[in-house]
Design a binder for this molecule. Sequence first.
Ligand code: ATP
Ligand code: MG
Length: 420
Amino acid sequence: MALPSPVRTTQHNISLADIDDDAYRVIRRLHQCGFEAFLVGGSVRDLLLGKRPKDFDIVTGARPNDVRRIFRNCRLIGRRFRLAHLLFANGKVLECATFRAEPFGGEDGEAVLITDDNEFGTPETDARRRDFTVNALFYDPQTAEVIDWVGGLKDLDARVLRTIGEPVTRFREDPVRMLRAVKFAARVGFHIDEPGRAAIRQERKQLKKAAIPRLYEEILRMLWGGAAARSFELMDELGLLEILLPEVSAWLSRGSRDPAETLRALLATVDAKFQGRQQIENGVLLSTLFWPIFQDLMHDRPRAVDSSGARKLAEELVGPAAIRLRMPRKDVGILIACLEQQLRIAQAGPKRTARIQVARHAAFPDALDLLALRTEAEGLDEDALAEWESLRDVPRHAEPDEESFTGGRGRGGGGRRRRR
Ligand code: ATP
Ligand code: MG
């Protein structure tokens, strides 16, 4: 249902002081050159929610070549859809995109995967091609107007995450939007509207058609974003986890202790501790998803509990997901080592020489990060953790990749490397 004109309002809480100075100057300069230009997407959403935006994306009527002519610090990127990046001294990059046209549906209104997005459009088409209403708001810092073509302000007030247009169609066009829905809903505490939830349940298998690196990226973003516990809970509830990480989802439904609670506690600790800021390896974050299962497996197979048995078990557990999601070799190496090292740490005994031996392993600092998360989530002994922490900087064996996962195909084989 097309609105005749957008809602324009200056009744909002965004103040100029919250806006990145460079983004403001870029928009002003584009205006001076006769082009429309707005802040858009996540930054407007987050500003309206009183949160500090991660980045300030700009959208404009200027074509990429115009942008390059106007700004000396401009670099054009992307082949299919040219996008301008504006580079600033402190390493900051502002993205400046040209209004795009609406993605085109297939015959008889059947949704198709978007293959060619390279059509310039108008502010309205650009707003409507976006994924969720709250992600499609424009803000003009010079007039202080929020411009809403899609009912995003109303949804923002009601804390509802709603697709622009029919959810089944939008999820078929780009199945990764289902994961984005979960990520945003979890992060800002919004409710995915009922048609959206039903569409996700119905279309979840479409995820198998999505580009694998994008799926992997979204998993990492959920772990990073400060709302991992809620994200994975919601993914489980909507059936997405079963498609993405069936081993985790199966375990949640039939683990021996209280699996959902174990995982939730660990992810809640990730959220509290890291909030997307502190440095931690992807492999460590991923290990929080597998640790509770690994712990269960170890209980069930006490005879496997020596170092090589533990490693084999970790490889068997993580291997299928690593191949399916084409996890980079480094991430898998750290993930497996983190799991296995928990056992070595537990079995090291009180002697300092034995402990130093464990601490010399290349992945020890990563294993220690997992141990710190576990200590909080599982209520383990904090003094014990402190003792291990004191060994964080002992000189260690080189080659973190030494024992990395080979997927049973020997070095360098297998499908776990990121493909272009
Ligand atoms: P974040 O705070 O995570 O950066 P964001 O809303 O800025 O959130 P981005 O992934 O940076 O999200 O994308 C920027 C904007 O581009 C989104 O707000 C949305 O309007 C649009 N967008 C991104 N991905 C899609 C997609 N798959 N389909 C439609 N629109 C999208
Ligand atoms: Mg963004």
